[in-house]
Design a protein around this ligand. Structure first.
Ligand code: FAM
Length: 435
């Protein structure tokens, strides 16, 4: 066993006792109630999921295993000369709750390299897609095609104790995570840069560095990749992608089914696809302005025009957050350091000055502040990834770290098949006394 797997098993054994005690001794304790608006309105805020991987405070933003994003970026080991840490180290943190040492990350780096060979049939599946397909559809299918590699399925069919589910799930999850960046880069080159051909991984590079290399991008795009994967990794369990991954895996579907499903959820414009919507929307403004930076008045008019057409301002608002998203702030700081004179960055900054006040004046959005997606396209665009359909693929690779860590823990703690109860509208009317 690797150091990570050893440590994970140790943590699992300790944690099982806590979960068992809670269910056995306090199983009937009420922790929340449900209103009619919550039942009709997307179950907002109902406390009905458990995860220890991350927690989202509405005013502070995300913490991974208790660490804020700036702390994660500061504490995790970094490659020499890099500003952003190894993504491999993040996986260690999400799974164990501990910041890994340099040696532990080094071991994991080698483990990931050994797992990253992608079977040839996956390239064939990707190549079979017409080149005007959406990259998210291709990614989902490519992950799905890998399902035949599942160790969990083989072991399950042979008969396996529930106590061992986590082990083969860990193997499947780690195999898949190691392969995802290669699949993403292959899709990118197929759709947008066929002249790059089929690049082979560089054995000397870490996950983020190798992804940049396979995309054909020079430094500091390796840091961009590391930053991007880390800040998108997890956002507690109720968002569509994380919840979908957990839900599908709760039926004991393997991680390939679950990850493909989470990718499909992330592909919606109210969720992961919002980052491409931000770019599309900003390009519309840029075209309207003939490229010049709009005045504050022109910016306000563009925002109001969008709202008056009944559309949302992409990159603003959030179902849980009530402050500027720290994932926005991390990227803003990166832009200030690396691309302060970028035109699109200036647009995004100018928007930040007007949108929150306008959303407050309109009075609908509960959170008028920017979310992660308001900034992420700008960074990609600056480094030549101008094909904004691709941005959600990057999000998916990052999100798979959180979703898969959660699924491993779900299996370890024996979390049940998900099965909430539904009611009819007639029943609701009876419950509130109007029928
Ligand atoms: N622009 C205009 N209206 C907005 C808005 C925005 N950015 N954000 C919320 N609203 C509206 C919302 O459409 C709703 O209107 P109706 O009552 O007419 O249905 C009202 O304000 C109340 O919504 P809410 O309770 O504040 O937000 P929700 O929890 O329903 O929805 C979001 C949350 C993220 C879907 C919503 O804020 C939105 O559509 N934002 C724009 C899309 C976006 O940036 N999504 C990315 C979210 C991101 F963090 C991620 O998942 N990657």
């Amino acid at each position: 066993m690797s150091t990570l797997k050893d440590k994970l098993y140790e943590k699992i054994q300790e944690h099982r006792l806590r979960t068992t005690k809670l269910v056995k001794e306090y199983g009937d304790k009420v922790i929340d109630q449900v209103t009619v608006s919550q039942a009709i309105g997307g179950m907002r805020g109902i406390k009905s999921l458990v995860t220890d991987i991350s927690y989202l405070d509405p005013f502070e933003g995300i913490r991974y295993r208790g660490f804020t994003l700036p702390e994660v970026l500061e504490k995790l080991p970094k490659p020499e000369g890099a500003d952003m840490p190894y993504v491999e180290g993040l996986y260690f943190l999400l799974l164990t709750g501990e910041i890994p040492t340099e040696i532990e990350v080094e071991e994991l780096k080698v483990d990931f390299k050994n797992r990253r060979i992608v079977p040839h049939y996956v390239w064939d599946v990707i190549d079979a897609f017409p080149s005007n397909s959406h990259p998210m559809a291709i990614l989902s299918a490519a992950v799905m095609s890998l399902e035949r590699e599942s160790h969990f399925n083989v072991k399950y069919r042979k008969g396996m104790s529930k106590m061992d589910y986590w082990d083969s799930t860990y193997e499947d999850a780690t195999n898949l995570i190691a392969k995802m960046p290669l699949i993403g880069a292959y899709i990118y080159n197929k759709l947008y840069h066929p002249e790059n051909g089929h690049r082979y991984p560089d054995p000397n590079l870490d996950l983020g560095g190798n992804f940049a290399y396979m995309m054909g991008k020079d430094k500091p795009y390796d840091d961009v990749s590391r930053m991007y994967f880390i800040i998108h990794a997890d956002h507690e369990s109720g968002n569509v992608s994380a919840h979908t991954g957990h839900l599908v895996a709760s039926s004991l579907s393997d991680v390939y089914y679950a990850t493909s499903a989470m990718i499909n959820g992330l592909a919606g414009p109210l969720h992961g696809l919002a980052n491409q919507e931000v770019l599309r929307w900003l390009q519309g403004l840029k075209d309207q302005m003939g490229g010049k930076i709009p005045s504050e008045e022109e910016m306000k008019k563009y925002v109001w025009d969008t709202l008056n057409k009944g559309q949302v301002i992409p990159g603003y608002g959030h179902a849980v957050l009530r402050k500027t998203d720290p994932r926005y702030t991390v990227q803003r700081e990166f832009c200030l350091k690396n691309l302060p004179d970028d035109d699109l960055f200036k647009y995004v900054d100018a928007l930040y000055k007007v949108v929150p006040d306008i959303l407050r004046e309109q009075g609908k959005a509960k959170n008028p502040w920017p979310n992660v997606d308001a900034q992420s396209g700008v960074v990609q665009w600056h480094y030549g990834v101008t094909q904004y359909d691709f941005y959600t693929v990057l999000f998916s690779i990052g999100r798979s770290f959180g979703v898969l860590s959660n699924i491993i823990w779900d299996r370890a703690l024996g979390y049940a098949l998900e099965r909430p109860k539904s009611v009819t509208t007639d029943m609701l009317e009876e419950m509130v006394g109007i029928k």
